[in-house]
Design a protein around this ligand. Structure first.
Ligand code: BEZ
Ligand code: FE
Length: 297
């Protein structure tokens, strides 16, 4: 029989994949078709709403270029990116069964659109915040594995917006790299560097995703955070942030990336001698955080 009833359409689409040679692709596409049909049936999508949705996706695509990825922003603001991160981390944790007394691995969070590969590698203790808006902040801590063994020679790629919430990539074509660098832990797994205490800022909200957030009655802001990506041979790569504990929006991150274990009290200090011996003639902050990596199975 050629005719298909509404309730049979999803299964008919799935059945057409009988000759598909890629089991995982088939599994993902079958679930996508099932859920898409269930969604349309549940909300009884009208033809006008369907056209609006198609126009929204078209506008989202048109907003994308090498610097702007509106689809990732859509995924971020709908909590999908964070769900993918959480599933991936749970998978890695399941492969590495912690022994009693071992440290829990540092939690991962979203990569975001402002990672720029190839940041300069600098000496430990270098200052990447000098000359940029914001209060100076000294970041320090250790990288260990779950058993507490120091991870030497671990690369920490760090990047953040400035103290007014702007990333270098948002400052025009000539700005170049700012407030980003790579550091390598020493033999004891120690890292340290100076930057600024990051401010909260809105995710790019001048496109279709911004309009969607507005219609949803949502704000576009993320609490202040320092991004970091840690890579060391023999360990699972970690993409995470350190969140400023008293930042606005810490309870309502627009991309749902906050994990309690990543919230840090930035201690404030009057001008004077900093922990690395540097004489500060302005007030500054310190941020202490130890990262825990999972050994590769
Ligand atoms: C960010 O952290 O910079 C970011 C993350 C997700 C979406 C937009 C911005
Ligand atoms: Fe960010």
């Amino acid at each position: 029989m050629a005719q298909l009833e509404a309730q049979d359409l999803a299964q008919a689409v799935i059945d057409r994949m009988a000759d598909c040679k890629e089991p995982r692709f088939k599994e993902v596409m079958s679930a996508l078709v099932r859920h898409a049909h269930a969604f349309v049936s549940e909300v009884k999508l009208t033809p006008e709403e369907w056209v609006t949705a198609i126009q929204f996706l078209t506008d989202t695509g048109k907003m994308c270029d090498e610097k702007r990825q509106e689809f990732i922003l859509l995924s971020d603001t709908l909590g999908v990116s964070m769900l993918v991160v959480a599933i991936d981390q749970a998978k890695a944790a399941a492969k590495h069964r912690p022994k009693p007394g071992e440290k829990p691995p540092t939690e991962a969070t979203v990569l975001g659109p402002f990672f720029w590969p190839g940041a300069p590698e600098l000496e430990l203790g270098a200052d990447i915040g000098a000359g940029h808006p914001g209060t100076p902040a000294y970041y320090r801590g250790r990288v260990t594995d779950t058993a507490g063994k120091p991870v030497a020679n671990c690369t920490l790629d760090v990047w953040s917006g400035d103290g007014e919430g702007f990333y270098d990539m948002q400052k025009g074509p000539d700005a170049g790299m700012q407030l980003r660098a790579r550091f390598r832990t020493d033999k004891e797994g120690n890292y340290s560097f100076w930057s600024i205490r990051p401010s909260y800022y809105p995710v790019p909200d001048d496109g279709p995703v911004g309009k969607m957030l507005h219609r949803m009655g949502r704000h576009p802001n993320r609490p202040g955070h320092m991004h970091t990506m840690l890579e060391a041979p023999g360990y699972e790569k970690l993409v995470t942030h350190l969140f400023v504990s008293d930042s606005p929006y810490i309870e309502s991150d627009a991309v749902f990336g906050v994990r309690d274990s990543l919230i840090v009290d930035f201690q404030s200090h009057a001008a004077g001698k900093a922990p690395d011996g540097r004489m500060m003639n302005t007030p500054y902050h310190t941020c202490s955080y130890d990262f825990v990596l999972v050994p590769k199975a």
